[in-house]
Design a protein around this ligand. Structure first.
Ligand SMILES: [Zn+2]
Ligand SMILES: [Zn+2]
Length: 338
């Protein structure tokens, strides 16, 4: 099959690789309808993560079941499914506790930007739609494989509540989905930190009541003004850098929780401030499967349209252009059509 592969920093290619095949009874092979590039794909792209030269890349996709293993009984070839980037059995102790991202049989989508992808725990991971969805719904359904579920996880773990104030640090696709999640959960003030006009526009569409374009101390000052000197009831940290985490803790009110979903890179926690102000940290890698049924319903009934985060669609052959566009922040999120 044709698949996106990474060979070195900034070296993305479309290569011919072996088709995924069923090797375990819990496997399923998915024919990818749409895949996409994730902000976290930019870490290896920029050389900040180790690269296994020639390996496939891409962990977000939706598609049609092509083949299933013998233990997969709820899905059959032809079903349209959402593929959580983190695969789980949905039956072990951690899954039952709602931490499917720490499943004892955890697996990951490894070729989401390709013609086919393998799901290692199909029965526990996949969620199907009733028949083939309308093409207009595909982008929103695709966000459920990661970014919308991840933004939702940030809001859940930050303890966003109706009538409260939520601050979202990060204006990537996850941050924007976090804005949408906080809005749906009923936060009265939803503040998006963003200095980029197109992202501000989507944030407003998703329910942001305030936009703060400042950074660092100036951002903290602006946020304290919006919260009348109190600080935010809930903070969603959707970047993963030390600067983002510092801002998150600076604006959290005493007793609040920072929900973090940005993959941490070089973060040092302000543990003394956390102690003195009773500010907690929760979150981590999103248990996508936990939220999928609820989020699928919200998309299907038209309550949320997270697919708006896609501002560029490219055929698989041009996937390298998609990485460049996201790296240079010319695109928020890129949808790839195999
Ligand atoms: Zn992702
Ligand atoms: Zn499990």
């Amino acid at each position: 099959m044709r698949a996106t592969t990474i060979h070195a920093p900034r070296d993305i290619r479309v290569s011919d690789v072996d088709d995924p095949t069923i090797t375990a009874p819990t496997d399923a092979v998915i024919k990818v309808t749409a895949g996409c590039i994730c902000g976290s794909d930019l870490w290896p792209y920029r050389g900040e993560n180790n690269i296994d030269a020639g390996s496939t890349i891409g962990h977000e996709c939706v598609g049609v079941v092509e083949e299933v293993g013998s233990e997969v009984t709820s899905f059959r070839p032809g079903d349209f499914v959402i593929v959580p980037f983190d695969h789980c059995d949905n039956t072990c102790a951690h899954c039952r506790a709602g931490v499917q991202s720490a499943c004892t049989n955890l697996g990951f989508t490894a070729s989401g930007q390709a013609e086919y992808a393998l799901v290692t725990q199909a029965e526990g991971s996949l969620v199907k739609t009733d028949g083939m969805p309308d093409a207009s719904l595909i982008p929103s359904l695709l966000t459920l494989s990661d970014v919308m579920a991840t933004g939702w996880h940030a809001a859940v773990t930050a303890g966003v509540r109706a009538g409260g104030t939520a601050v979202v640090v990060g204006d990537g696709a996850v941050g924007l989905c976090g804005v949408l999640a906080a809005h749906v959960m009923g936060a009265e003030k939803v503040v998006a930190l963003s200095r980029h006009e197109p992202r501000q526009e989507i944030a407003r569409h998703f329910g942001a009541t305030h936009i703060v374009p400042e950074r660092d101390d100036a951002a903290t000052e602006a946020l304290m003004e919006i919260t009348e000197g109190v600080g935010a009831d809930a903070v969603l940290e959707c970047v993963g850098t030390d600067q983002a985490m510092k801002t998150a803790f600076a604006v959290a009110r005493p007793g609040a929780t920072v929900g973090f979903v940005g993959v941490p890179h070089g973060v040092e926690l302000p543990i003394r401030r956390m102690f003195q102000r009773n500010v907690g940290l929760a979150g981590g890698m999103a248990p996508v499967r936990r939220y999928l049924p609820e989020l699928l319903k919200l998309v299907q009934e038209g309550t949320i349209d997270p697919g708006l985060v896609f501002d560029l669609t490219l055929p698989l052959d041009q996937v390298a252009d998609g990485y460049r566009a996201m790296d240079e922040r010319r695109a928020i999120k890129v949808l790839i059509q195999p």
